[in-house]
Ligand binder design. Structure first.
Ligand SMILES: *Cc1c(COP(=O)(O)O)cnc(C)c1O
Length: 333
């Protein structure tokens, strides 16, 4: 089976497994796991933040970030299909008492004029106050689209003007960086808190990180423990993430080229494919998923008329050529 349902389906490579086996570990609840500490310092430095905290999932990193920036009863503004609202099972409301309002953009972009019109200042006992503006980069359900740095900087400017925080869900910020050449530090500079994942395109089996000021991350450590997320000799997992940063970052350009090949085979304009996600409009998505599966290719239905496929470390060029052949056949029937 060629599995294009997600970029999370990758298995650790033999070399990554060796790095994991050789990791120097300690009890990270005591802050004594050198591999975890090194990873946290390294990633914080890459994005220009003071500190970082390793988490088991990107969802936990996002929940920690947003609930630290938004008090119970305040709101976050984000795009309507944002992962924080659609795919985190209501965690921000359930754990943080957070409400939200959304704007809609087909390509997951942010328009500062739209945000300005939505923004609600502190009105005392009358209206919910906007405490945070959240952007997803790349935007998953919009098809791996990149939010350009200029738009993020404009949003940061508005946030500073009104005294709001900015959260970036950077689960796939690595893909945005590789696709555009934008320095990671420039992406970090626009956010008060950011979440990044090692278990997507980077190919680690597990692991994400929340990034922010030293003060914010100190409190995030307390709240992670409260959520049951204190981890012990977790350097074996941090070692996988470090290995991935050393060896799997630049190769994401291959995934992006592969996604454009798939797009062409599926009749999608490759110029609209920014990174490693291809979304195809079809009359009957479940039927396409079944037909492709019968011919050895796994893709996902994201709605009744949308099929989504992702390229990744475990989908080689020949896998992608084969998948392109199967999908163009299935779609032409
Ligand atoms: C995958 C993903 C996350 C985190 O997901 P987990 O499965 O909790 O690690 C967060 N945001 C976006 C945009 C994602 O695609």
């Amino acid at each position: 089976m060629i599995d294009l349902r997600s970029d999370t389906v990758t298995a650790p490579t033999p070399a990554m497994r060796r790095a994991m086996a050789e990791a120097e570990v300690g009890d990270d609840v005591y802050g004594e796991d050198p591999e975890v500490t090194r990873l946290q310092e390294r990633v914080a430095d890459l994005f220009g933040f003071e500190a970082g905290l390793f988490t088991p999932t990107g969802s936990m990193a996002n929940v920690l970030a947003v609930t630290l920036l938004v008090e119970p009863g305040q709101e976050v503004l984000c795009e309507a299909r944002a992962h924080i609202l659609r795919a985190e099972l209501g965690a921000h409301g359930a754990y943080g008492g957070i409400t939200s309002r959304t704007w809609s953009d087909e390509r997951g972009q942010v328009d500062v004029d739209v945000v300005r019109a939505m923004y609600a200042p502190d009105m005392g006992p009358f209206f919910v106050r906007t405490a945070c503006l959240s952007v997803e980069n790349t935007h998953n359900f919009a098809g791996g689209t990149v939010v350009p740095l200029a738009a993020l900087q404009e949003l940061r400017g508005f946030a500073d003007e009104v005294g709001s925080a900015v959260h970036v869900d950077g689960a796939r910020i690595w893909n945005a960086h590789v696709a555009t050449g934008t320095p990671l530090r420039d992406y970090g500079a626009v956010a008060d808190a950011m979440a990044v994942c090692f278990s997507k395109g980077l190919g680690a089996p597990i692991g994400s990180m929340v990034l922010g000021s030293a003060e914010l991350i100190t409190e995030a450590r307390v709240r992670r423990k409260r959520m049951g997320g204190g981890m012990r000799q977790v350097g074996v997992l941090a070692a996988a993430a470090s290995y991935a940063l050393d060896h799997h970052l630049e190769r994401m350009a291959d995934d992006h080229a592969h996604a454009r090949l798939l797009a062409e085979a599926c009749g999608v304009d490759p110029d609209g494919v920014d990174t490693n996600i291809v979304v195809v409009e079809v009359p009957d998505a479940p039927a396409v998923v079944e037909a492709a599966r019968a011919e050895g290719v796994l893709v996902g239905a994201v709605g009744p008329t949308r099929v989504r496929m992702l390229t990744h470390l475990d989908a080689s060029r020949s896998d992608v050529d084969q998948a392109a052949k199967v999908l163009s056949g299935v779609l032409s029937r």
